[in-house]
Ligand binder design. Structure first.
Ligand SMILES: Nc1ncnc2c1ncn2[C@@H]1O[C@H](COP(=O)(O)OP(=O)(O)OP(=O)(O)O)[C@@H](O)[C@H]1O
Length: 173
């Protein structure tokens, strides 16, 4: 049986970091994304040029694809395996998975705004202006069939431990 765990949340809340840490501790299928930008150190993505991305998209290679912050993202069909599949996606893509799979759980990673600001600043991937734009983005409430909230404001070790526990609980349900 294919089980899908979607990880969503505002830019900088720590989705990729939590996934990378959890990946070191468990053997579930952590699904890589196709992205039209080169990965930073917390990510393990397939980098594809924009033209190649469009070719893949038009040949029905993706379950879901979306655009965020001027980059294109896609999840390929061939990566979903039997067992637990864990995927970091945009909230707008939740429906694509809920339509295609029966067993879908969504984890929304959250942070208080002041902590998010510090994390984005320390990550130093965006300019101050881009960071402020990200913080001011108004997100609508997430609509998902099975939604779990995960607060990532504790230190990485504590948060990772909690995150791993949640994934194991989902697996053992
Ligand atoms: N629990 C934590 N404690 C301290 N720092 C953290 C924690 N989780 C993540 N970080 C740091 O916060 C920053 C943002 O994390 P990350 O890049 O994983 O976010 P993201 O949600 O994947 O963002 P995006 O959607 O923009 O890719 C990184 O610099 C990361 O090292």
């Amino acid at each position: 049986m294919k089980q899908i765990v979607l990880v969503v949340g505002a830019s900088g809340v720590g989705k990729d970091t939590l996934l990378k840490e959890a990946q070191n501790k468990m053997s579930f299928n952590f699904v890589k994304r196709y992205i039209t930008r080169e990965p930073d150190k917390n990510e393990q993505n397939y980098y594809v040029e924009e033209n190649a991305f469009e070719v893949l998209k038009n040949s029905d290679f993706f379950i879901s694809s979306w655009e965020a912050h001027n980059n294109k993202y896609g999840i390929s069909k061939n990566q979903i395996k039997d067992g637990l599949n864990i995927i970091s996606i945009s909230r707008g893509a939740i429906k694509d998975f809920e339509t295609n799979f029966q067993n879908v759980i969504t984890i929304e990673v959250t942070l208080p705004k002041d902590v998010l600001y510090e994390r984005l600043k320390n990550r130093a991937r965006e300019s101050e202006e881009e960071i402020i734009n990200r913080l001011n983005r108004v997100y609508e409430k997430i609509v998902a069939k099975n939604l779990i909230y995960f607060d990532n404001s504790q230190n990485l070790k504590t948060s990772t431990k909690k995150f791993v526990e949640i994934l194991n609980e989902i697996k053992n349900k």
